[in-house]
Design a protein around this ligand. Structure first.
Ligand SMILES: [Zn+2]
Length: 328
């Protein structure tokens, strides 16, 4: 470019001073032009950078609002403080609804006593006291594969039974205990560790009883109202220490001994009104027998009841520390 201009200028007539001045002016002008161009470029780059930063800030805000549960975009147009306050409110609402959903079992109907004992749940008031009643009882569980089968057949025939549970097994079978409770079956104590109570002193007997009530309260919200002493073993110390009625049996199915459905059913042929039948919800053969026995007894006109129902309808005022063998 410069060479061309010089050639053109060289062809024109005029002094060398003039030539030099015009050259200087022209180069000045072209310098200023360049400076202007560079300034323009710098301004462009700066504004582009500013735009990119603004974009980043905006994207960051949208993402953080979305983390509050999807309501962010909806409330983004309002003032920041208002939006945050509302999303906090929504979050706290969600928390409280979650808490109510995770409640394991419904609370039993309120009773006058400070510590509920489940007696309201375990006595149906609509039974017919002119019809015969039998209390089936199951020791040593819970054990889901057997206990659930027994619960299913009881439910099908609108019947109840009593489960004398070993306390330290309860945490392993919480849903089974909840199911039994919701069906109206009685949950009673068989001590915490299947302890032979006649071998224990007062303090340890109390511990066995209290521990069962603790685990039961955790699951169903109430204490037990009856004890079946393991092995039926009772002495004066046990009688003076235990504060609930002690419930033994007058019909022994010997299910633990035979583990045979036919033999268990044979042992149950002589069942009559007011009987308390001993079984164990540990053996599948016991569930096999119960699946036959329940429909048979219902067909014969028996009402299958809890121990508390049997005492209630037979007019027995069961006392703490006393042993009962039947509802007769
Ligand atoms: Zn036992």
């Amino acid at each position: 470019m410069e060479d061309k201009r010089r050639k053109r200028m060289g062809g024109q007539s005029g002094g060398s001073f003039q030539k030099r001045d015009s050259l200087r002016e022209r180069s000045k002008i072209s310098l200023e032009r360049r400076k202007k161009q560079i300034r323009g470029k710098i301004i462009l780059i700066n504004s582009a950078l500013a735009l990119v930063i603004i974009m980043f800030v905006l994207v960051g805000k949208v993402v953080s609002l979305n983390r509050h549960g999807g309501e962010g975009i909806e409330v983004a147009g309002r003032s920041g403080k208002q939006a945050e306050a509302e999303s906090e409110k929504k979050d706290s609402k969600k928390d409280s609804s979650k808490k109510s959903e995770s409640t394991p079992t419904p609370e039993p109907t309120p009773v006058a006593t400070e510590t509920p004992d489940g007696s309201v749940q375990w006595i149906r008031k609509d039974l017919d006291d002119s019809k015969p009643m039998v209390a089936l009882t199951f020791d040593d569980g819970p054990y889901a594969p057997v206990t659930e089968r027994i619960l299913n057949v009881l439910k099908k025939y609108n019947s109840s039974a009593t489960f004398f549970c070993v306390g330290n097994r309860v945490p392993n079978y919480i849903s089974v205990i909840e199911k039994a409770y919701e069906q109206g079956c009685q949950l009673a104590s068989h001590t915490y560790e299947h302890a032979i109570l006649t071998k224990l002193k007062k303090k340890k007997i109390n511990w066995q009883m209290d521990q069962v009530d603790k685990v039961m309260e955790d699951v169903i919200g109430c204490k037990t109202t009856a004890l079946r002493p393991p092995g039926g073993a009772v002495n004066d110390t046990v009688k003076n220490t235990v504060k609930v009625p002690m419930v033994c049996w007058n019909v022994d199915s010997e299910d633990w001994k035979s583990r045979n459905k036919k033999k268990i059913l044979e042992r149950c042929t002589s069942i009559g009104d007011g009987d308390i039948v001993l079984m164990h919800d540990l053996y599948p053969t016991t569930a096999d027998a119960v699946e036959k026995l329940v429909p048979r007894l219902v067909k014969e006109g028996y009402q299958l009841v809890t121990v508390d129902e049997l005492f209630y309808y037979k007019g027995i005022e069961a006392k703490g520390g006393t042993v009962y063998f039947s509802g007769k």
